[in-house]
Write a protein that binds this ligand. Sequence first.
Ligand code: ATP
Ligand code: LTN
Length: 333
Amino acid sequence: MDESKKTLYSAVQPTNNLTIGNYLGAIKNWVALQENYNCFFAIADMHAITVRQTPAELRQKTLSLAALYIACGVNPEKCTLYVQSHVSAHARLCWVLNTFAYVGEMERMTQFKDKSAKHADNINMGLMDYPVLMAADILLYQAEVVPVGHDQKQHLEIARDIARRFNNAYSPTFTVPEGVFMKVGAKIGDLLDPTKKMSKSAENAGGSIFLSDDKDTVIRKFKRAVTDSGSEIKYDPENKAGVSNLLSIYSLFTNKSVAEAEREFSGRGYGEFKLAVGEAVADKLAPLQKEQARLLADKEYLNGVLKVGAENASRTADRTLNKVHKKIGFYQI
Ligand code: ATP
Ligand code: LTN
């Protein structure tokens, strides 16, 4: 590990298929950041079980997400890629941090309220404890930087609060992390209701583009995307949420600025514009899907990456956990 570099941490849950929202809001940025930071990228399977999962599917999705990270450009030679449940320090630090988190503040979390409403038959303690486990993830690695989508902002604030509370109660122990949110891309909207975030688990799959969608599906979904009244292709999220969302997606997939994209489509119709966005996205997804499939066929390689990843992660995580155990007064032999 290069000690002169800052540490960066992020994770995605292996639930459902990933959408282009997850890609643009999170994974795509990791690839650029991995050059300048010591990166830890986890597959958050412990978070995933806060909503009931089918065991065989969870197993398969975990491996599939590992392959996707690598297919997107995450380089296991440059960063630590691992499965959260393989590193026992996460659960152990989470327990300690639970005593620094308050029930009231957990109940007020937007995601907890949303997920409780959605899964009213299973409002389990894990769902409420989700932000504390996330704090444990980040704090174990003394991460300074955490790139996530906008929806995780509240959880990141809690992680910062917990770090400060612990540091104040004992002595400086945890680095207080900073969230990193991209200006464009941190909040990709649903294609059918652009004011809502595009989600893996949306009720209507027509509003989400999955990274696994084939070209026909991608084009069909973009053709049905809602646009706004008027006919101008202009970035104006307040008044033109649909068009602005499509411009963001186009800009991020083609690496052109939003202004360039506006110029490119000026004077052209919505139909033509939506088709062009669909084509641009589908063309980028095809090679990604192919590479993911190739990697998934080589399970031995993926297992090797995850094994080394868990060993590296454990080394760093155990160091922090030991410190914490000492500070709180757990008896050491
Ligand atoms: P679910 O809908 O199942 O709750 P999710 O789509 O929110 O899941 P997560 O695994 O919770 O996915 O999030 C993975 C990463 O993707 C996080 O950094 C999150 O902020 C980001 N992300 C999720 N949805 C979007 C979106 N629509 N736009 C930008 N970033 C997003
Ligand atoms: N809750 C996050 C996934 C996640 C995460 C983390 C992100 C779990 N642990 C630590 C950043 C840092 C989500 O995106 N839904």
